[in-house]
Design a protein around this ligand. Sequence first.
Ligand code: PLP
Length: 388
Amino acid sequence: MDYSKKISTQVGAVPRSGIRDFFELVQGRDDVISLGVGEPDFATPWHIREAAIYSLEKGQTSYTSNLGLVKLRRLIAEYVEDFFHVNYAAGDEVIVTVGVSEAIDLALRALINPGDEVIYHEPCYVSYSPSIVMAHGVAVPVATTKDDGFSLKASALAKVITPKSRVLMLNFPTNPTGAIAPRKDLEEIAELCIKHDLIVLTDEIYSELIYDDVPHTSIASLPGMKERCVLLHGFSKAFAMTGFRLGYACAPAPLIDAMMKIHQYSMLCAPMTSQVAAVEALENGAKAVEEMKRAYHQRRDYMVRRLHEMGIDCHLPGGAFYVFPDIRKFGLSSKDFAMQLLEFTSVAAVPGDAFGESGEGFLRCCYATSMEQIVEAMDRMEQFLKSL
Ligand code: PLP
């Protein structure tokens, strides 16, 4: 049977993730140091795992309310108010999801009609464009540049807004560049969103991981923005809980209600065990987050310093756990550079073009791996550059 004719056009149009393709090459090689996969090397803090185990011992193995445990939603609303300075009602403005991934999908499917344009800044997380396309939207990337610190500028955004623009997706700190957006940039973007009546999906998944005491601003906290924002956040990164698959969205009640319709028919609810673990994370996890953040901060500084010493141009990422060095001067494409680095030194880093066209000429190196591994990877990379 010709299965290509059986697959929906929407899904058929979506390419496989460039990251996955690259990491299939790494599978089965035990000599590889991976600066590739964007997930914490820390196990989930023990007290959070223990809460999950204890909930299983107590037989808490049922469905929860579709929106999520009442206690968890109350804690999320309190946390978001404290951390992002935006006030949401736990009863109808918060939905607990299976990771931020599900929250992105729900928001896009709830908001866009076929042909609506969704704008996002690039280089960006690999799932944005495919998620837009699978929700029958039109993906409209706006390139950001190293010179602008990979922040989105309102002037660049203004150029791509059309009468069909409906949603803007933001992600600061950004995967893969670690960029943070200065408050002034966000204020100018907010003004445009209000003027053109755009809804903003703001993916805040790395917002705890901002270094150098720079305060974080969520666009949802700016005047007039709460009513047009869907704030997406979760437990994967800061709490090192990727495998728990837990995230949430906060938004005005009619938007949460629309997202909830899709969630209740497709997912029903997020896993009970993970929700209980998330309650523990929010009640007692702050210290562990701080400790992990301190380690990431040290690793970031070390990696950026070593790259500079090798003569590689690399902006200082303000957050997340990625550095995004500029490798254009070596005259190789991102893919060739990454392939040769892997072949000759067994160091795996992701070619920048996996994050969109504007990532070409860069490499994503994730520092959510041990300091010993980072030191060794940088030594090997230094040798590799000498051989080029
Ligand atoms: N958003 C961004 C920017 C990410 O980098 C990731 C994962 O890497 C996600 C969302 C997905 O997160 P989750 O594990 O909560 O689904």
